[in-house]
Write a protein that binds this ligand. Structure first.
Ligand SMILES: O=C(O)C(=O)C[C@]1(C(=O)O)C=C[C@@H](O)C=C1
Length: 90
């Protein structure tokens, strides 16, 4: 029994490591887009872009029963992206 739960948790650890790496890559790009936009006086938030992202996510996640939960995680990622950008403007 203990062995089994350890196996699941070890699998989750691996997936989390991959997720963190991908999120670092996403935030690296967010850092760059923030600098690009700040120089050009473009606001942090783009509701138009966010609606495109969410539309795309809804399509890509069409077939999974986890869609609702993953969309909520995605919304939080975008929220944190905006927070990072606002905290890192001069
Ligand atoms: O596309 C942008 O302009 C971004 O700043 C990136 C991003 C995102 O994290 O995907 C963040 C804020 C915007 O409201 C839209 C999208």
């Amino acid at each position: 029994m203990k062995k089994e739960i350890e196996d699941f948790r070890s699998q989750i650890n691996k997936v989390d490591e991959a997720l963190f790496q991908e999120l670092i890559m996403r935030f690296d790009i967010v850092q760059e887009i923030n600098q690009y936009k700040e120089v050009r006086d473009i606001p942090v938030e783009s509701k138009m872009r966010e609606s495109i992202l969410l539309e795309r996510a809804n399509q890509l996640l069409e077939d999974t029963e986890f869609k609702e939960y993953i969309i909520n995680v995605y919304i939080e990622i975008i929220k944190q992206s905006k927070k990072y950008q606002k905290n890192n403007r001069g």
